[in-house]
Design a protein. Sequence first.
Length: 165
Amino acid sequence: MNDNRLRVAYLPVSKGSWIDDRVRAACAEAQAALRSLDLELLAPDHVLIDERAAGEVARRLRSPGVDLCLVHFISFMAGAIVPTLLNELEAPVVLWSTPEPPFDGGRLRANSFCAVNMTAHVLKKLRRKYFWVHAQPAQIADELADILAVVGCAKLLKRSRVAVI
């Protein structure tokens, strides 16, 4: 493993009653887009829908450690999932919402923007800083480029040693 590569935790979240083929496909598409980047992607094998599962995933990720938490709101999600994740993981956080699928009547099918907005409010109250991106998986590399560069620089500086002679 290249020690310079960023270790990114991809954390897909959704409301349990909204899980369907579209959500699973969006999760797979997002992971494929992220795997094309030069980073080590750590991801659960399922979409996180409750605090218990989120806590288990976060505890597993603590051992290898992560440089960045990318929380992907595939659909609306309420509750303490994100605070549960972040209580265990101290890495910088990116909240990722995706544009709403075409509206064909009925209820909203994703509403991830609303979920990010609610979570951002909670993180602000917890005094936890975060980044936010609003993009389709095909655009995520461009949206994350500057964030990944900054986090990579911070990782490099943490390991650096300076000597004055």
